[in-house]
Design a protein around this ligand. Structure first.
Ligand code: KIV
Ligand code: ZN
Length: 390
C-alpha cells in the first residue's frame, strides 16, 4: 500500500530563532536553509519579515537560494505585515505567507480585548489580503490547543472560504494531551465544510514535554503537515523536534506515513544548528544527543556487542552516526572491555581478560570514563605477557 506523505515544515529559522541568545545573521540563515533544502524539508519558515530589517533581508536571501522547498514568511493578521512578507518572498520559487490570529478566549479577551466575531473578520480579511499576493496561504489559529472546538471549526471554515490552503492548529502553550490534540484534529476533519481542500498542520510546543507525542497524534488523526525544528529548539521549552517525528514515522512503517527527509543528514544538520546558534544539545536528546547510541551498563553492552538490535531500535547509520559507542565505566562488563581492547589492538584470552578486568575496575572507580589511551595503561599495569599484543 502506498504511504501517505506528511509534509515537514521546518521553523528552526523562525520559532527556533526566537530562543534568547540564538539569533542568527543572514549568512548563517542562508547556510542553514540550504542544508534544510538538501535534508528534504518541504517548507522552510525563514522568518518574520516585518519584525526587523535584518529578518526581512534574511527571508529575502533565503527565498533566492532555496531550490526545492517552499519558503514561508510569518505575519500577524495585519496588512503591513502581509505586504512586507510578500515583498520578502518575491524571489521564492514557491512562496507561502503564514498569517493568523489568536482564537482562544484568553487571547481574544486579554490580548486583543475583542470579540469572537471580530477575530473571525480579521482572520478572513488577512487571508483574502495575503491571497492577493501569493496563492499558497497558511492560516494559524494561535492557541488553538486551548480554543473551544466549535469556535475553532467556524474560524477554519471561514478562512478556507477566504482562500487558505493550509490550516495550522497550534498548541501554542503546549497544554494539550495527545488524545485531546488528536481529537481536536479529528473534530475539525468531521465538522468543517471544505476541510478536504486544505492540509491540516500540527504546530506543538513542548511545555509539558508532549510536543512530539501531540504531533504524532495529529497525523494519526489526519493532519498531513508537522511544524518542527532541528533539535526541538523554540519558544520556552521548544517546538516539536524534526528528527524525532521523522524517525518515529520511519521506524513504524505500518503507520503508512512517510516524509521526504534524507535521515542520514540528521546528525550533521543537528550539529550545524547547534554550532551556529551556540545552543548545546542535551546528551540524552533522542536521535541526535551524544548519548543516543552510547551504551554504558555491562548488561546492555553485552547485548549490543552480540547483536545491536537488543538495545537499539535505530541503526545509527540511518541518522548519520558512524557507529554505536561502547562507553567504558565502572559499570561495564568484561564483554565491553574485550570489545574495546580489540579495537585498539589487543586480542585477550579469557584468562587474560579476567586479570585485565580487575585492573580496569580499579582504574574505572577513579575515573568517570576510560578512554582508548587508558586501555594501554591498564594492560601494562595488569602485567600480563606481551604475547597478548595483537
Ligand atoms: O506557537 C504558535 O502558535 C506560533 C504561531 C505564530 C504559528 O508559533
Ligand atoms: Zn510556535
Amino acid at each position: 500500500m502506498a504511504k501517505d506523505k506528511v509534509d515537514i515544515f521546518d521553523t528552526t529559522l523562525r520559532d527556533g530563532e526566537q530562543v534568547p541568545g540564538c539569533k542568527l545573521n543572514t549568512e548563517q540563515k542562508v547556510v542553514i536553509a540550504q542544508q534544510l533544502d538538501l535534508l528534504g524539508v518541504d517548507i522552510i519558515e525563514a522568518g518574520f519579515p516585518v519584525s526587523s530589517p535584518g529578518d526581512f533581508s534574511s527571508v529575502s536571501e533565503v527565498a533566492k537560494v532555496v531550490k526545492n522547498a517552499t519558503v514561508c514568511g510569518l505575519t500577524r493578521a495585519v496588512k503591513k505585515d502581509i505586504e512586507v512578507a510578500a515583498e520578502a518572498l518575491r524571489y521564492a520559487k514557491k512562496p507561502r505567507v503564514h498569517t493568523g490570529i489568536g482564537t482562544s478566549d484568553s487571547h481574544i479577551n486579554y490580548k486583543f480585548k475583542s470579540s469572537r466575531e471580530k477575530v473571525i473578520e480579521r482572520a478572513v480579511e488577512a487571508v483574502k489580503y495575503a491571497k492577493s499576493f501569493v496563492e499558497d496561504i497558511e492560516f494559524y489559529a494561535e492557541d488553538a490547543g486551548r480554543t473551544d472546538n466549535e469556535f475553532l471549526a467556524r474560524v477554519c471554515e471561514e478562512v478556507i472560504k477566504a482562500g487558505a490552503t493550509v490550516l495550522n492548529i497550534p498548541d501554542t502553550t503546549g497544554y494539550c494531551l495527545p488524545e485531546e490534540y488528536g481529537a481536536k484534529i479529528n473534530y475539525l476533519r468531521s465538522n468543517v465544510k471544505g476541510i478536504e481542500k486544505v492540509t491540516l498542520s500540527c504546530h506543538c510546543h513542548n511545555d509539558l514535554g508532549l510536543a512530539t507525542a501531540n504531533s504524532i497524534a495529529g497525523v494519526l488523526n489526519g493532519a498531513r503537515q508537522i511544524e518542527c525544528t532541528i533539535n526541538g529548539i523554540g519558544e520556552r521549552a521548544g517546538n516539536t523536534s524534526l528528527e524525532e517525528v521523522v524517525m518515529i514515522l520511519k521506524q513504524h512503517p505500518y503507520l503508512n506515513l512517510d516524509t521526504n527527509i534524507n535521515t542520514q543528514r540528521l546528525n550533521d544538520m543537528s550539529k550545524l544548528v547547534s554550532e551556529s546558534m551556540g545552543m548545546l544539545v542535551q546528551p540524552n536528546k533522542a536521535i541526535v544527543g551524544s548519548n543516543a547510541f552510547a551504551h554504558s551498563s555491562g548488561i546492555h553492552q553485552d547485548g549490543v556487542i552480540k547483536n545491536r538490535s537488543t538495545y537499539e531500535i535505530i541503526d545509527p547509520k540511518d541518522v548519520g552516526v558512524i557507529e554505536s559507542s561502547i562507553v567504558l565505566t565502572a559499570r561495564s562488563g568484561r564483554a565491553a572491555l574485550a570489545y574495546r581492547a580489540k579495537k585498539v589492538g589487543y586480542e585477550l584470552t579469557k584468562l587474560q581478560l579476567d586479570v585485565v578486568y580487575e585492573t580496569f575496575l580499579n582504574f574505572a572507580d577513579k575515573k568517570k570514563e576510560i578512554q582508548d589511551g587508558d586501555i594501554h595503561a591498564i594492560i601494562e599495569a595488569s602485567k600480563i605477557t606481551t604475547s597478548i599484543y595483537a
